[in-house]
Design a protein around this ligand. Structure first.
Ligand code: AMP
Length: 637
């Protein structure tokens, strides 16, 4: 929930930064205005042109059909995203080009060419087939950020299975809920993950998650520590990842998919306690994410691209795995924290690998900023041309610091923001390589994205810098198709405000058409770029036997953007104490995972409620921030 005070503060920022000449000169997207106009005047022709750059086993009969709120792109077309991500590169000169450069926290480096990656994906795809996985089956992937995780995703896509990656920081309860919702037949996991030198027992978490789930027939375990013994609780359900690879063939024909067949489900937080299974498809998703990889990220053939996200998030799906491969790029990804084992680790990678384009999150930049400029100074960062950010508002301070100290004040690099969400698959707002940067503002609508700011009735707000609700007026190819198993929830996203898709965000637009995205209008929090539903944290809290009622709010946090504060009413017979705070934090960690743990918990005898009994989180927030509770831009009733 956004406060007016936050908006006023942001509007004070003025000066803009011109894009450096070298960046403008070589940008793929030279004529943003013209391209945007084309995409609006003739969306079908525009996207058909992009789709024609890729390979299809059957071409579409028609481009777009809209039966509000459902829609389809490239009707009748047949394809498989892995044919464009892998096979195409075996004959176009990219076979021996590095597709992935994977780095471990301990300095381990593994390079996978397109040729090698295709072999491994095929092997694993055959392995999955041998376990009885086929087209349309759901497979949950609970893997650390490793090549094996990406291979598992691609292997599912290869055989038409629908993957659902669960971020390896989620708890066994969250994993269980997602497996159940997707009715996954197979779960793929690893024995351990690593973060800041610590081992995370992923297998133990998986064992607890699948314990009483009959739906899960097999659990494929990648034992990276090497000790190949079967987990007792899994018994006959465990399959060894490496053995499955070894015994499967390197030849595997891609399953022919309809362009609208599902590619993956990715769960994200909404306003209800239940996570939302956002579903993307093979055809349109491939076309749209590929377009933006070239035209927004501006990655050239010989560039090294580094995306610091994780395969557990949509950014990792679109911009670690799918789009860079479809475009034939070389992508770095790294397990672990950007400041581990030392505060210069991030810069060391840029220097060592000659990284040209980075996709990261403002939280990471704020963390680097905290360590100070003596670290970037120690490294040669001159390869870095374009530093791009998304996931949460990029505050002007972090932007300016990064511009100065990471991008050499525009001498060799440039920094921009872009906005999107799990549902949109790719960016909808952003500052392209040729546009001036306005600190505090994300940028302008991306080609193909018809964006607007409206009031609750759907009436456009045309007055500059007046806050309203950020909406999308028409679906583009990489827009999500439905909420898995809950089409009504999908329809609600298009019906909350008549005639448009409501993103959940509050935004404003200036006279030049630049948008500022201020935050959520609903009860979804954004902690370090990760979306967390207040309702999910509240239900975790009330599932503790000592808790009667709970409410959580987001508080501005210098490093993480927002931090979670919980207000808890205890059941009779329980007293507030430091131990109780710790017990509740631990409980949320066990229920949901470390990212959802409240930074603070206050005990209160009652919680403010509406007459109908709904907890008024906005009042709690206003009180907490010392603001006038009436002065809030919110969708809440
Ligand atoms: P997710 O679906 O997890 O990617 O989260 C999407 C949400 O993150 C959006 O609805 C926004 O609230 C927020 N978000 C993403 N990118 C930005 C950005 N560049 N500026 C402000 N908020 C952002």
């Amino acid at each position: 929930m956004v406060q007016q005070g936050q908006i006023d503060h942001l509007l004070q920022e003025t000066g803009q930064i011109e894009p450096p000449d070298f960046l403008v000169r070589q940008a793929f997207l030279q004529d943003y205005e013209g391209e945007y106009r084309d995409s609006m005047e003739s969306p079908e022709g525009f996207w058909e042109g992009v789709a024609s750059e890729l390979e299809w086993t059957r071409r579409w009969d028609s481009v777009f059909q809209w039966d509000y709120p459902t829609f389809r792109w490239f009707l009748g077309a047949k394809c498989n995203i892995t044919q464009n991500a892998l096979d195409r590169h075996l004959t176009n000169g990219n076979r021996n080009k590095a597709a992935f450069i994977w780095l471990g926290e301990d300095g381990t480096e593994r390079v996978f060419t397109y040729g090698r990656l295709a072999q491994l994906v095929n092997r694993f795809a055959n392995g999955l087939r041998s376990l009885g996985v086929g087209k349309g089956d759901r497979v949950v992937i609970y893997m650390p950020l490793t090549p094996e995780g990406a291979i598992a995703m691609l292997a599912c896509a290869r055989i038409g299975a629908v993957h659902s990656v669960v971020y390896a920081g989620f708890s066994s309860g969250s994993l269980r809920d997602r497996i159940l919702d997707a009715q996954a037949k197979v779960v793929i996991t690893a024995d351990v993950g690593y973060r800041r030198g610590n081992e995370v027992d992923l297998l133990g978490i998986t064992e607890r998650a699948v314990e009483d789930l009959d739906v899960v027939q097999k659990v494929v375990v990648w034992r990276r520590k090497g000790a190949a013994k079967v987990a007792a609780s899994l018994g006959g359900r465990e399959v060894d990842f490496d053995a499955l690879m070894a015994e499967s063939s390197v030849e595997c024909d891609a399953e022919e998919m309809d362009s609208e067949d599902p590619l993956y489900i990715l769960y994200t937080s909404g306003t209800t306690g239940r996570p939302k299974g956002v579903q993307h498809v093979h055809g349109g998703y491939m076309v749209g994410t590929y377009y933006h990889f070239k035209n927004f990220w501006d990655v050239k053939d010989n560039d090294v691209f580094w995306c610091t996200s994780d395969i557990g998030w949509v950014v990792g799906h679109s911009y670690i795995v799918y789009a860079p491969l479809v475009a034939g790029a070389t992508t770095i990804f790294r397990e672990g924290a950007p400041d581990f084992p030392h505060p210069g680790a991030f810069y060391e990678i840029i220097e060592k690998y000659g990284v040209n384009v980075i996709f990261t999150a403002p939280t990471a930049l704020r963390m680097l900023m905290r360590y100070g400029e003596e670290y970037p100074k120690q490294y040669d960062l001159r390869s870095l041309r374009f530093l791009t950010c998304a996931g949460e508002p990029l505050n002007p301070e972090a932007l300016r610091w990064s511009y100065e100290h990471i991008c050499g004040n525009g001498e060799w690099g440039h920094i921009v923001d872009n906005w999107w969400q799990t549902e949109t698959g790719g960016p909808c707002l952003g500052t392209t390589a040729t546009m001036p940067v306005k600190p505090g503002r994300v940028g302008r609508p991306m080609p193909g994205a018809e964006m607007d700011i409206v009031d609750r009735e759907g009436q456009p707000i045309t007055e500059p810098d007046k806050g309203g609700l950020l909406v999308i007026k028409r679906p583009f190819p990489h827009f999500f198709r439905t909420v898995f198993g809950d089409p009504e929830r999908y329809a609600r996203d298009w019906n909350t405000i008549p005639g448009v898709y409501f993103t959940g965000d509050v935004a404003l637009r200036d006279a030049d058409g630049y948008y500022m995205v201020v935050g959520r209008a609903d009860d979804v929090l954004n902690v370090a770029g990760h979306r967390i539903g207040s309702a999910e944290v509240e239900s975790a809290l009330v599932s503790h036997p000592s808790v009667a009622e709970a409410a959580v709010i987001g508080k501005p946090d210098e490093l993480r953007g927002e931090s979670i504060k919980g207000f808890v009413t205890l059941r009779v017979g329980n007293d507030p104490s430091e131990e109780m705070v710790n017990a509740l934090k631990l409980h949320v960690r066990n229920e949901l995972g470390p990212i959802a743990v409240p930074a603070e918990i206050d005990f209160t005898p009652t919680l403010p409620k509406t007459r109908s009994g709904k907890i008024m989180r906005r009042l709690l927030k206003a009180q907490e921030l010392g603001l006038d509770p009436g002065d809030i831009t919110t969708l809440e009733e």
